[in-house]
Design a protein around this ligand. Sequence first.
Ligand SMILES: Nc1ncnc2c1ncn2[C@@H]1O[C@H](COP(=O)(O)OP(=O)(O)O)[C@@H](O)[C@H]1O
Ligand SMILES: O=c1ccn([C@@H]2O[C@H](COP(=O)(O)OP(=O)(O)O)[C@@H](O)[C@H]2O)c(=O)[nH]1
Length: 236
Amino acid sequence: MPALKRILLKLSGEALMGDDAFGINRATIVRMVQEIREVTELGIEVAVVIGGGNIFRGVAGGSVGMDRATADYMGMLATVMNSLALADTMRQEGITARVMSAIGIEQVVEPYVRPKALQYLEEGKVVVFAAGTGNPFFTTDTAAALRGAEIGAEIVLKATKVDGVYTADPKKDPTATRYSRITFDEAITRNLQVLDATAFALCRDQKLPIRVFSILKPGSLKRVVMGEDEGTLVHV
Ligand SMILES: Nc1ncnc2c1ncn2[C@@H]1O[C@H](COP(=O)(O)OP(=O)(O)O)[C@@H](O)[C@H]1O
Ligand SMILES: O=c1ccn([C@@H]2O[C@H](COP(=O)(O)OP(=O)(O)O)[C@@H](O)[C@H]2O)c(=O)[nH]1
């Protein structure tokens, strides 16, 4: 049996593209949702933070020349779209999900209210936290760390395009090797870019471990929650 009771799963927006150039790849999102269902069936409470890089990234592309804060609000709205798509896919797959937004957008999504989120989790519903932290200059990794700490998750699981934390960016350095575990201090000192520094610092202060693993590898989420050696554990 898995030892975990409550997890915060961070899903990369960009990874949702699958092999598409942008947007949400149907097969990818359905597979992710099926993997989430496997985990909920184990009795684990699941909260999700989803990124928005597949639709809009505040620091790049279409935002060149834009005011950074405005671009970041667009990025947050992109995460709302992904959250709605994710929750609807969950509904189709028989999972009850609730989306809660960090920015006021009541006609579309209910606002984030911590006690309500806790109630949903206790009822076995999957809670999807939309709009990141609600603040520009942050990322959804930081939102995952923040919400993970707030809801008392035992671990943040970062599902991304790489299968763990490497000695250097594996996309740029083919000789890079993967850590099976690493401390926060070492990851910060070595300036490993797989998570942003704010998210790292928050998790370290709250003693909230993070496991980085591949979203692209089928079955990896279940292996992670079963405590198998998958990805990289970042710990205090
Ligand atoms: N030391 C490292 N180990 C692993 N990945 C790294 C490292 N440094 C940089 N990266 C890059 O970080 C990326 C994943 O982080 P990020 O862009 O935040 O993804 P996400 O879309 O999941 O938020 C990978 O695609 C990888 O190329
Ligand atoms: O608290 C937050 C979370 C996200 N964003 C914006 O939303 C974009 C999409 O989020 P992110 O890049 O973290 O998504 P992912 O890398 O997972 O696709 C970011 O680039 C930011 O512009 C933000 O401003 N504040």
